[in-house]
Design a protein around this ligand. Structure first.
Ligand SMILES: Cc1cc2nc3c(=O)[nH]c(=O)nc-3n(C[C@H](O)[C@H](O)[C@H](O)COP(=O)(O)O)c2cc1C
Length: 185
C-alpha cells in the first residue's frame, strides 16, 4: 500500500489537512504557526500567530493582528511572509511563502462580529504593541474594532520535509498549478 508521504499528491493533501486541523483544533500544531516577515531594516523577524482560516481551493490563509503592531510596518515595505509548522507526530515540516494583503474596518466586520470579548482584547491595547513602558504591566487591554486587521496570505510556495525512515522533500508552486517537485532534503 502506498503511504501518504510517498507521493507528491499524498504529501500535499496531508499539508492541507493539517492546516485545516489548525483552524478547527486549538491543540493542533498548525494552530499556532510561526509567521516570519522582513523588517523595514531588512532583518528577518518571526512570531507565533493563530491560524484563523484556511481555504485550499484559493490557497488562502488568514491570520488576525493589531493594525498598530510592528509586523504591519514590515508588511508595508515588504508585503510577503513565510509560515512555519512542525508536526512532530507525523515528522513533517511545512514551510509556506505568501503574498500578504491586510484588510480592516467594514471589510472584515464578519470576522470581528463572532469574536468573543476576551479575544477582541487582543486588538487595541493602549499604548500600542511594542511601546516602551516603565513597568511590565503599564498597559491596558481594550477591544478596538478599528485596530482589528485580517492578514490574508495568498500562498505562492509550499515546501514539505518528511523525516521517515527515508527523508523526503517536496516543493509546490502556485505558478505551476501546485503540481509538485521532489527535492533533495
Ligand atoms: C500562542 C501565541 C499566539 C499568538 N497569536 C497571535 C496572533 O494571532 N496575532 C498576532 O498578531 N499576534 C499573536 N501573538 C503575539 C505575537 O507572537 C507577537 O508577540 C505580537 O504580534 C507582536 O509581534 P510584532 O511586534 O512582530 O508585530 C501570539 C503569541 C503567542 C505566544
Amino acid at each position: 500500500m502506498t503511504e501518504w508521504f510517498e507521493t507528491l499528491t499524498g504529501l500535499q493533501d496531508r499539508v492541507w489537512q493539517l492546516l485545516k486541523c489548525g483552524v478547527a483544533d486549538r491543540h493542533a500544531p498548525a494552530r499556532q504557526p510561526t509567521l516570519a516577515t522582513v523588517g523595514p531594516d531588512g532583518r528577518p523577524e518571526a512570531r507565533t500567530v493563530v491560524l484563523r482560516r484556511v481555504e485550499r481551493s484559493t490557497a488562502l490563509l488568514e491570520v488576525y493582528t493589531d493594525s498598530l503592531s510592528d509586523k504591519m510596518k514590515s508588511l508595508k515595505t515588504s508585503p510577503w511572509a513565510a509560515l512555519h509548522v512542525w508536526e512532530p507526530k507525523l515528522d513533517l515540516q511545512i514551510r509556506l511563502q505568501a503574498d500578504v494583503t491586510p484588510s480592516e474596518g467594514d471589510a472584515v466586520a464578519d470576522r470581528w462580529d463572532p469574536l468573543p470579548e476576551a479575544a477582541r482584547l487582543s486588538y487595541g491595547v493602549v499604548p500600542p504593541p511594542g511601546t516602551p513602558i516603565d513597568a511590565a504591566l503599564d498597559y491596558e487591554k481594550s477591544a478596538d474594532q478599528g485596530r482589528f486587521c485580517v492578514l490574508t496570505l495568498a500562498l505562492v510556495h509550499i515546501d514539505v520535509v518528511h523525516l521517515g525512515e527515508a527523508h523526503r522533500r517536496a516543493a509546490y508552486r502556485a505558478d505551476d498549478g501546485w503540481a509538485g517537485q521532489w527535492l533533495v532534503p
